[in-house]
Write a protein that binds this ligand. Structure first.
Ligand code: SAH
Ligand code: SF4
Ligand code: F3S
Length: 500
């Protein structure tokens, strides 16, 4: 039986059918979330890499890696750990006595970038009181965007390294430890990075990210990513296959293919023809041991018919799709340079739902883009009512210096942005809760990732990526277990192992 057969169906919930369901309720719901269930891709919550000894047991040094931002950074942090392990660095989960501290940073909103400077202040204290030889590196998108400015603001920093330079970490460390002088590496050679990173991964857990595409040529007028990650580059098929095999051989059962615009993936396939993402997914799905696949992040301009068809026909592809729309008003979409209208997005969703009726849809939204009127905002609310989301990420527009949006007239006042975000989130969280509640009584295949902190239960993810708790023995960790859902919150499900 394929995972889809066992899972809840959203049949009959067309865009318009769902519209009326949501409107009928019309009551604000206070979002409640289980404290130990991370949202699937919460780019505002940093994570600390769990301890991992070096594979040959020759730990001679320790590295603390803290990751801010999106899934690309999560992946990159793991790759940095892979590069550091052969030179003796074991990951530790506290900076207190670490030999090396790496902050892998995000520049997407002002707050994200500022968090890094407060963290550097704390790191300086650890360095002073515990380990004067501690080396400090700032990696990621703040490093790429601010370069040498970081050293000026935070002299504790020894190394500033942009996202395309991680394969050169060992030589940078050698430079700052053996020689005097700082390191600033912000070159933009994505191909060189992927060619130089080790083919094998030191995988942890049962679900892993795998970067297949990096960079973005879309230049949305609010966004820093094209400047911090460079132009769109796709990795060769054989490199991706080798990495997926390495993950599978270490027990990974679920792979999420990632890229800033993952649907733009294109490369020469082994058959000599150009492969898009659909082809790549079908090929990787043949690897033994890989039972589940996902991909993120999609762009409405790049989702092609083949990918939609793959969603319908590839049983290992999970019924979850993150497809940001940002806004419901064509005027705002145009000012954002999104390159599509709301009607295009709505038609695309209709085709996706026709292909995969049980798809859990997720989106990103920005409120308060310059010039957004009350009516434009209502268009976004109407978009949400019409489409219906199982999960979402919504943000107040944050001015990013150097992007075209920063110099647009009619910036929206902060209090208006806050009010709009509050209204939007009430609606989105209500839909999310409604979606989760619709799963009560259904049996879902849950990939068990570990124990839930504090409550002695197991924790895993449903096909819809929802965090799911249930009682069961620890031997089930790493297994895909049928769980009957008994209750639901905004961000999580609770259930019990299905009776056979
Ligand atoms: N395509 C990318 C998008 C990365 S940014 C991906 O791989 O996920 C994630 C989201 O942050 C965007 O979809 C957008 O909703 C939001 N965002 C980007 N720039 C922003 C800004 N200046 N202010 C507020 N939100 C922003
Ligand atoms: Fe940013 Fe737009 Fe590119 Fe996404 S598509 S990374 S929002 S510029
Ligand atoms: Fe942030 Fe860079 Fe990702 S700006 S969202 S870490 S691509």
């Amino acid at each position: 039986m394929s995972p889809r057969d066992k899972t809840a169906s959203r049949d009959g919930q067309s865009a318009s059918g769902r519209n009326s369901t949501v409107l009928d309720i019309g009551r604000p719901v206070t979002p409640t979330s289980s404290t130990n269930v991370p949202k699937p891709r919460d780019i505002d919550t940093p994570t600390v890499m769990a301890p991992r000894p070096v594979p040959n047991g020759k730990n001679t040094k320790s590295v603390f890696i803290k990751t801010y931002g999106c899934q690309m950074n999560v992946y990159d942090s793991e790759r940095m750990a892979d590069v550091l392990a052969p030179i003796g660095y074991a990951a530790v989960d506290t900076p207190d006595h670490a030999d090396l501290v790496i902050l892998n940073t995000c520049h997407i909103r002002e707050k994200a970038a500022e968090k890094v400077y407060s963290e550097l202040g704390r790191i300086r204290k650890h360095q002073k009181s515990n380990n004067p030889d501690m080396k400090v590196a700032v990696a990621g998108c703040v490093a790429q965007a601010e370069g040498a400015e970081i050293k000026r603001r935070a002299p504790v920093v020894d190394m500033v390294l942009g996202p395309q330079t991680y394969h050169r970490l060992p030589e940078m460390i050698a430079k700052v430890t053996r020689e005097t002088g700082d390191v600033l590496e912000t070159d933009f050679d994505t191909v060189e990075k992927f060619d130089a990173l080790p083919a094998g991964r030191n995988a942890k857990g049962y679900s892993a990210f795998l970067t297949v595409q990096e960079g973005c040529d879309k230049f949305c007028t609010f966004c820093v990513v094209p400047y911090t990650r460079g132009a769109e580059v796709s990795r060769p098929v054989d490199q991706i296959v080798a990495e997926a095999r390495s993950l599978a051989s270490q027990g990974v059962r679920e792979i999420t293919l990632i890229g800033q615009n993952v649907d733009a993936y294109h490369a020469d396939g082994p058959d000599g023809s150009q492969w898009g993402l659909g082809n790549l997914i079908r090929h990787l799905a043949k690897i033994g041991g890989i039972d589940r696949m996902r991909f993120t992040t999609s762009h409405p301009r790049d989702m092609d018919a083949d990918l939609i068809e793959t969603l319908a026909t590839e049983p290992k592809l999970m019924p979850y799709l993150h497809l940001p729309v940002q806004a419901g008003s064509d005027r705002v979409l145009d000012a954002m340079n999104r390159g599509h209208t709301y009607a295009h997005y709505r038609d695309l969703i209709a085709r996706i739902r026709a292909a995969r009726p049980d798809i859990a849809l997720s989106g990103d939204f920005i409120v308060g883009f310059p010039g957004e009127t009350d009516q434009d905002f209502e268009d976004t609310m109407n978009c949400v009512r019409e489409i219906g989301y199982a999960s979402s990420f919504s943000f107040k527009y944050s001015v990013r210096p150097g992007t075209p949006g920063a110099s647009l007239p009619r910036q929206v006042p902060e209090d208006v942005k806050s009010e709009r975000l509050k209204r939007l989130q009430e609606l989105l969280y209500m839909q999310q809760r409604e979606w989760n509640e619709s799963l009560i009584g259904k049996t879902l295949d849950v990939l068990v990732e570990g124990t839930a902190r504090g409550d002695g239960q197991l924790f895993g993810r449903s096909p819809y990526l929802t965090g799911t708790h249930f009682d069961g023995p620890e031997e089930l960790i790493g297994q895909i277990v049928p769980v009957t859902i008994t209750s639901a919150g905004v961000n999580s499900l609770v259930g019990s192992i299905a009776k056979t």
